[in-house]
Design a protein around this ligand. Structure first.
Ligand code: PMP
Length: 297
């Protein structure tokens, strides 16, 4: 296994980050996760745009431009010979003296890791996954904006622990105003009377790239989409529920707490449209040239 660390692709066992790194000490940094289909990173520009946005929201200057980051990602994929993979890019504040001051860290740490993609079981897509409403509330937007994809994931981890205790796959967090926010690693949708509902960004969520595309695909299909403030009772009364993220794509939900859902019509349709979009994207990128960062045969 190889990883990219500060300008070089090196064997993973030789890649080490200092114990003084503020990412390790304080969770001071940001990251992105991406999915690679047949050697092509899906929506790479969108992910990098969000990475730079997260960095800017914490006053962190990424030490290279988007083109250099793209090369870093593809170099790492090539070194591992992965064609269907999961990529994680991390940028931390870097190594510095103990103490919160970001100025203690002259050089951010940039890491790209990837691993072969293990698809979720087909049974999950067929029958749906179980989710719970967590007691843990989503970080207050005014305190740590969930649009910052930060290395400090404790809020989500606490909700994940709740899900695990209840043998559920995902935990949906409410915000402090008791409105639906999002899952620990996903955005949530529900459907009622042919309308698709999802919490608005103003509820304090990460504006997922999958969420954005699913909204666009639904609208293109003539489905009415309402982004707004909803309660858990709204979710309970939905006819169908699904969650979205880069690796799960569109994942149906079979139960929220003790409420069960047997309808998977929207999830099935939107996952099909999503996959079609992925295929079109991959073919377009491949059509751009025989060699995209040298990854083509
Ligand atoms: N919310 C949270 C908290 C997440 O960690 C993720 C995964 N990045 C998402 C939503 C979904 O985002 P995306 O569709 O961009 O993967």
């Amino acid at each position: 296994m190889h990883v990219y660390l500060n300008g070089r692709v090196v064997p993973a066992k030789e890649a080490s980050v200092s114990v003084y790194d503020h990412g390790f000490l304080y969770g001071d940094g940001i990251y992105e996760t991406m999915r690679v289909y047949d050697g092509v990173v899906f929506k790479l520009d969108e992910h990098l745009r969000r990475l730079y946005r997260s960095a800017s929201l914490i006053g962190l200057t990424v030490p290279c431009d988007a083109d250099r980051l793209k090369i870093a990602i593809y170099e790492t994929l090539i070194a591992n010979a992965f064609r269907n993979a999961y990529v994680r890019m991390t940028v931390s504040r870097g190594r510095g003296a103990i103490g919160l001051d970001p100025d203690f860290c002259p050089e951010p740490t940039v890491v790209v890791m990837c691993q072969e993609l293990k698809e979720y079981p087909a049974e999950y897509y067929k029958n749906g996954i179980r989710v719970i409403i967590a007691e843990t509330k989503r970080n207050l937007r005014e305190a740590i904006d969930p649009r910052i994809k930060s290395l400090n994931f404790l809020n989500n981890i606490l909700a994940k622990i709740e899900a695990k205790k209840k043998e559920a796959h995902e935990a949906i967090m409410l915000n402090v105003n008791k409105k639906l926010a999002e899952g620990t690693i996903s955005n949530i949708f529900f459907c009622k009377d042919g309308i698709l509902f999802t919490p608005s960004v103003a509820c304090g969520i990460l504006d997922g790239i999958t969420r954005g595309l699913v909204i666009e695909l639904a609208k293109r299909e003539g489905i009415q989409v309402k982004e707004g403030r909803f309660t858990k009772e709204d979710l309970y009364s939905g006819e169908e529920v699904f969650v979205t993220n880069t690796t799960m794509e569109v994942m149906p939900v079979s139960a929220v707490d003790s409420i069960t859902y047997s309808v998977r019509q929207f999830a099935r349709l939107l996952r099909k449209l999503y996959r079609r979009e992925v295929d079109a994207y991959i073919s377009n990128i491949k059509a751009e040239g025989p060699s995209l960062w040298g990854l083509e045969e």
